[in-house]
Design a protein around this ligand. Structure first.
Ligand code: GAR
Length: 191
């Protein structure tokens, strides 16, 4: 059975989608680790509900940085757990060399835009502000850049007349929850 680690910062709906796909027998894997950098984020509740004791990541006191020492510690821990794949699921800190070197081509991210358009924060808002006609979501391998790694798959979502940042993000998230588990299954099948 392949082992997945999840890193998140928010509500954890993408983690939930992966957990649901596992429970439905669509994904032969188990989630063995859930880490989050934001105390009180809803992903903590979701992790407990799926039977994983979530961990508050050691980057408290750092605004947006993920300190190298904490990454190295996490990389060693995930290695010791036998983790095959790390899935960033709404994780808002940049992952760097200490994790990438231990898990080369084994870290995925889901981003709420059609990359390379609108990398970074609040991608859905960037799309609406820019007057884009469509947006969507992208699953990609993680490299040291911000949302720059090799693209694996995308789903397109039209921007509708009257869309707000919130309404567009909600429709993108529906697609994210379909796309991410499928891509995780495909990537794991090739490992
Ligand atoms: C998702 O829409 C994800 O694509 C986005 O944060 C949201 C997290 O939702 N990620 C990024 O913007 C990363 N740059 P979730 O916590 O419910 O999965």
């Amino acid at each position: 059975m392949k082992k997945i680690a999840i890193l998140g910062s928010g509500s954890g709906s993408n983690m939930q989608a992966i957990a649901d796909a596992i429970a439905a027998g669509q994904l032969a894997a188990e989630i063995v680790y859930v880490g989050c950098d934001i105390p009180g984020a809803y992903i903590f509740e979701r992790a407990k509900q799926i039977g994983v004791e979530p961990v508050l990541l050691d980057c408290q006191g750092y605004k947006q940085k993920f300190p190298k020492e904490s990454q190295a510690e996490l990389a060693a821990h995930l290695k010791s757990l036998g983790v095959d794949l790390i899935c960033l699921a709404g994780f808002m800190r940049l992952v760097g060399a200490p994790l990438l070197e231990v898990f080369p081509d084994r870290i995925l991210n889901i981003h709420p835009s059609l990359l390379p358009a609108y990398p970074g924060l609040h991608a859905w808002e960037q799309a609406v502000d820019d007057g884009a006609e469509e947006s969507g979501c992208t699953v990609h391998y993680v490299d040291a850049g911000m949302d720059t790694g090799e693209i694996i798959a995308q789903s397109r979502v039209p921007v509708l007349e009257g869309d707000t940042a919130k309404s567009l993000h909600e429709r993108i998230q529906v697609q994210e929850r379909l796309l991410y588990p499928q891509v995780v299954a495909d990537v794991l099948a090739k490992l």
